[in-house]
Write a protein that binds this ligand. Structure first.
Ligand SMILES: [Zn+2]
Length: 325
């Protein structure tokens, strides 16, 4: 049993290639953030290295070590400061040049390969062009289009999609959550099963979302001074900005859905009455403008715009009863 929720087609495909002993040299797991790419990649690495017959067993030495990122034959690369640098790829190249210590293969997990610098990408391409024997590279990317096309063409690509809310809710209930909690997390996840699992295992995830949401709604109703203070505060925490904008976007998307009378499910179901209030207060045009502003800000920041300036512009354009004092 793979410890995976959804993405059954991918699990079946990977299982078949292990059983047939027809593994590719490289795989690329692409898809939106927190859709479950890392969980799937880790389970695949466990299935490849598992010492049991029924792979991945989840409890043999290999499975346990991979679960903790400590397997001697599994090299893990995660971005630092939103970048994968060439030194990290060179390190990996040195490690994959050696024969496996105890596993069947040397595996390298490269998380967010789309954040590799140009020189790191070119170095990675070299390994993909001439892969050493018994080496498998497992890449993940939120934005596959940011990768060199020559990297993509050398990988077997598995595009992962957002999961239906009901599938996430059912899976959370099966993990022992109450129906009420599972419904809330399932709706907030908006298809991102990785987020739902993290939130079900760590109370801080939901508490953090609640804090940010409270601020987001306060700031929309606050003065310009409060809005600039907000922009200043978050511009000093760049790593958290995507998360904050995601929550802000989900709020305005819900306001827009309700204002336009859409029957699609809203995400923030624990605030449905406040959302209805905002929907009648702001209407479709204002909600649309706010949502577009959030999405555009996220895009600008991703493309290296000045963080503080981008957030200040967002705050200036944000609808609401902002006062000048
Ligand atoms: Zn195992």
């Amino acid at each position: 049993m793979w410890p995976i929720i959804g993405h059954q087609w991918a699990v079946e495909l990977l299982t078949r290639s292990i059983e047939a002993e027809r593994l590719s040299h490289a795989y690329l797991f692409s898809g939106p953030p927190q859709v479950g790419k890392t969980m799937l990649v880790r389970a695949f690495a466990q299935a490849i290295q598992c010492q049991d017959e029924d792979v991945p067993c989840g409890h043999c030495r290999s499975c346990l070590l991979i679960g903790q990122d400590k397997h001697p034959d599994v090299h893990v690369i995660v971005p630092e400061n939103n970048r994968i640098k060439i030194e990290m790829i060179r390190d990996m190249q040195r490690s994959v040049a050696l024969s496996p210590v105890e596993g069947r293969y040397r595996i390298c997990l490269i998380s967010r390969a789309d954040l590799a610098t140009p020189s790191a990408s070119n170095a990675l391409l070299k390994t993909l062009e001439e892969p050493p024997p018994k080496v498998i590279l497992l890449l993940t990317a939120d934005r596959a289009e940011a990768l060199l096309s020559t990297i993509i063409s050398r990988c077997q690509v598995l595009p992962l999609r957002l999961l239906p809310t009901e599938q996430i809710v059912t899976a959370l209930c099966a993990r022992g959550l109450s129906m009420e909690k599972a419904q809330l997390l399932g709706h907030l996840a908006r298809g991102r099963v990785g987020w739902a699992i993290a939130a079900s295992e760590d109370k801080q995830v939901l508490a953090g979302r609640n804090r940010v949401l409270e601020e987001v709604t306060q700031v929309a109703e606050g003065s310009h001074i409060a809005r600039f203070a907000w922009a200043q505060k978050w511009s000093s925490r760049p790593e958290q900005i995507p998360h904050v904008l995601e929550i802000m976007g989900s709020w305005w998307r819900d306001v827009l859905l309700l204002a336009s009378g859409s029957t699609s499910a809203i995400a923030n179901i624990d605030h449905s009455s406040k959302l209805s209030e905002w929907a009648s207060r702001y209407g479709v045009a204002e909600a649309q403008k706010a949502l577009r502003g959030v999405q555009y800000t996220a895009w600008r920041i991703e493309h290296n715009a000045n963080l503080r300036l981008a957030l200040e512009v967002l705050m200036l354009d944000m609808p609401g009863g902002a006062r000048t004092t």
